[in-house]
Ligand binder design. Structure first.
Ligand code: UT7
Length: 330
């Protein structure tokens, strides 16, 4: 297998956006049978952000994209590709990437969405790397955005306490200043897709005027997802390190998908990464699916936890199932 560090690929700018409106665990206690104590001890989450009425996944992505472009010192007009990860798009058609492009005031880029659920950003790094390998002058805007609170069944306490809205973005080019994408690995197992679903596609045809059913919202077998998440995030992290001749001793910071603190701790334990080298911010944002990793990267930089010179290991897991890991050298 060829190590992809042979392909030059720089992640040059990072940006993140979360909506202003915050829902705390105490807010949830008021309308669903749960407690701050249960949510905190079982997940680590204390609050999540929620898009305002009329504000959509494309709006969050556009805000994050503006910040990423500014961070990269680039103008929207320089972008040749907009690739957007989401499982909660504004529409089935048009795609959210086209909406982001329009909101940035540009046109003409190749623009498309893809859905790898919570693994979206890492899958996106893999695609961006392929694009710049094929077209070295490409300037790829990768956005990862979710409006999950729009697809939560607020009567289902097993899911509605877990998720939040937000977006992250990066600009990827073959060269220039920025974090070197040393390698990225992605995987999936579609046999397990039924364990974590959001309906509303053509699988369940609705007739005009039909009320939406429970299938329309996030449905999850949490315990099974938990086990697969720990196993696969740890295994693919080990794989990406091994094929680059590295160990976790060479990693300054692990930034895992922010779904559950117990999952994060278990992955850290399996990899032998001490807690002080594992970045956690899910207490502030909950699980923002595809946005979680870029949101964590931007947050870790803003908080001074992620600094130039550090090698960072990203690890993700989500519906599909999909999972992935990447090595970024800042
Ligand atoms: O991002 C994509 C990947 N998603 C994930 O990684 C999520 C993975 N799964 C998880 O994070 C955890 O499985 C959950 C947080 C969803 C659930 O934690 P758990 O420790 O697996 O709890 P459980 O499902 O085994 O439920 C334990 C108990 C049950 O009550 P009984 O049957 O023992 O009486 C639940 O009904 O906790 C109850 N429960 C709650 N109680 C208060 C479930 N949700 C709640 C709640 N508040 N919100």
């Amino acid at each position: 297998m060829t190590a992809s560090r042979d392909i030059a690929c720089r992640v040059r700018g990072f940006g993140a956006y979360t909506p202003v409106d915050v829902l705390t665990n105490f807010d949830l206690e008021k309308f669903v049978e749960t407690t701050d104590e249960w949510i905190t001890t079982r997940t680590g989450i204390k609050q999540r952000h929620r898009l305002a009425e009329g504000q959509n996944a494309s709006d969050a992505a556009t805000e994050a994209a503006r910040l990423a472009l500014a961070d990269a010192g680039m103008e929207p007009g320089e972008i040749t590709h907009v690739i957007n990860a989401t499982c909660t798009p504004d529409y089935l058609c048009p795609n959210t990437a086209c909406l982001v492009e329009a909101k940035l005031g540009i046109m003409g880029a190749m623009a498309f969405d893809f859905n790898a659920a919570c693994s979206g950003y890492v899958y996106g790094l893999s695609m961006a790397r392929a694009i710049v390998a094929a077209q070295p002058d490409a300037r790829v805007l990768l956005t990862a955005t979710e409006a999950l609170t729009r697809r939560l069944n607020w009567a289902d306490r097993t899911t509605c306490v877990l998720f939040g809205d937000g977006a992250g973005a990066s600009v990827i080019t073959a060269d220039g200043e920025g974090a070197l994408l040393e390698d990225v690995l992605c995987a999936s197992d579609g046999n397990l897709g039924g364990l974590l679903t959001i309906g509303g596609g053509t699988h369940t045809p609705y007739a005009k005027g039909d009320p939406v059913g429970e299938d329309f919202f996030v449905q999850m077998n949490g315990r099974d997802v938990f086990k697969h998440a720990v196993r696969n995030m740890a295994a693919i992290s080990q794989d990406v390190l091994a094929r680059n001749g590295l160990t976790t001793d060479d990693v300054a910071l692990l930034i895992p998908h922010q779904a559950n603190l117990r999952i994060i701790e278990a992955v850290g334990d399996r990899l032998g990464v001490p807690a002080e080298r594992v970045f956690v911010n899910l207490h502030e944002f909950g699980n923002t699916s595809a946005a979680s990793v870029p949101l964590a990267i931007a947050d870790a930089r803003a908080k001074g936890v992620l600094r130039p010179g550090m090698r960072v290991l990203l690890a993700t897991f989500g519906g599909g199932f999909t999972w992935g890991a990447a090595l970024l050298h800042f």
